[in-house]
Design a protein around this ligand. Structure first.
Ligand SMILES: [Zn+2]
Length: 340
């Protein structure tokens, strides 16, 4: 019976080596190792005829045979699979064909807009400074000439922290902080996040990005402000865009003006995207209020300066004709990939 096992092992090794298809392999497997009527089972059924003392040894020998037979089948299966893959590849794929390029990430539209703003200011010699997002009431309000009982504090719905500090509602506090650290003249750009307790909708967000431009020195006038803002808008939106200043009121500038840029869709004649006005609101600007200069230790009799603040989101929306601010932070790949 041990010879029968040896013969079966040899036969299986030879036949599996010559197999060409999976079907042949399956058929041979069943005929040799099938539980009912398989040839190994048949040999093992004879164990009962052996003398008792030989049975254990035979059982062990049969198990070894089974392992060797299974290993022959496994190598045949592997060989067939490799051959199958190779012939698949040969007929289906041209391995010399150029591969699909992997997907690459890109800079987000908000960051790109901010980078544009920063490079414009840098090219004109402005220093970029960042301020704290958690700010004190003093720098956010008092130093900006907004006293405690002033109604505009309510207009700027503020997030207060348990400590009494707050999340800055504008980047302006950094004007005073920077002026306190540097004697005049000064020319800085302050980009960063600001926070307001606004409900989220297509035009409002509780967190958005602003930047603040500030230039203070001897003989700085409103004309410098107009020239600078006009250049910036042409840099951001294109050489054909015009800017205009409308008289306005802010606590921290005097005189103050709102900045508008001509609509890129209708070029100023009025259309749906500008609400018929021909102009789009960009932000606030003005000559730095003497009280603010004094808070910073600058003598308003000697020094004058301008400041203006715009929203990064606002610029991105206007540049790309996007009508919902929420799209900028929802990070939907289909939206973001449009601006690669
Ligand atoms: Zn228009």
């Amino acid at each position: 019976m041990t010879d029968q096992l040896k013969d079966l092992e040899d036969e299986v090794a030879a036949r599996t080596a010559a197999l060409n298809t999976q079907a042949e392999l399956d058929a041979l497997y069943t005929s040799v190792l099938g539980r009912k009527g398989g040839r190994l089972s048949q040999i093992m059924a004879g164990v009962g005829k052996l003398p008792k003392e030989e049975r254990a040894e035979f059982g062990q020998r049969a198990n070894e045979s089974k392992l060797r037979i299974e290993s022959s089948f496994a190598s045949a299966a592997l060989r067939l699979r490799d051959a199958g893959l190779r012939s698949e590849l040969a007929k289906t794929y041209d391995v010399t064909f150029p591969a699909t390029a992997p997907k690459r990430g890109s800079i987000h539209i908000l960051r790109r807009t901010l980078n544009d703003v920063v490079s414009f200011f840098r090219s004109r010699g402005f220093a970029v400074v960042l301020g704290p997002e958690v700010e004190s009431e003093y720098y956010n309000f008092e130093a900006m000439n907004i006293p405690a009982d002033h109604p505009s504090r309510e207009a700027m719905d503020t997030f207060y922290l348990p400590s009494g500090a707050l999340l800055r509602t504008h980047t302006s506090p950094m004007q005073v902080r920077a002026m306190l650290q540097h004697p005049p003249p000064i020319a800085i750009l302050v980009p960063g996040k600001v926070y307001r307790r606004d409900a989220l909708d297509a035009r409002h967000a509780f967190m958005f990005h602003q930047f603040e431009g500030l230039q203070v020195g001897r003989g700085v006038t409103f004309a410098h402000l107009k020239g600078f803002v006009g250049d910036l808008c042409r840099h951001l939106y294109g050489p054909e865009r015009r800017t205009r200043f409308r008289p306005s009121y802010f606590q921290f500038t005097e005189p103050s003006a709102e900045v508008d840029v001509s609509c890129g869709v209708c070029a100023g004649s009025g259309c749906r995207s500008c609400g018929g006005a021909g102009w789009l609101e960009m932000g606030g600007s003005g000559m730095v209020h003497p009280h603010v200069l004094r808070s910073a230790g600058y003598d308003p009799e000697l020094y004058t300066g301008w400041a203006f603040g715009l929203g990064i989101e606002r610029i991105a929306l206007v540049r790309h004709n996007i009508d919902d601010i929420r799209l900028l932070t929802e990070n939907q790949p289909a939206f973001v990939e449009q601006f690669q």
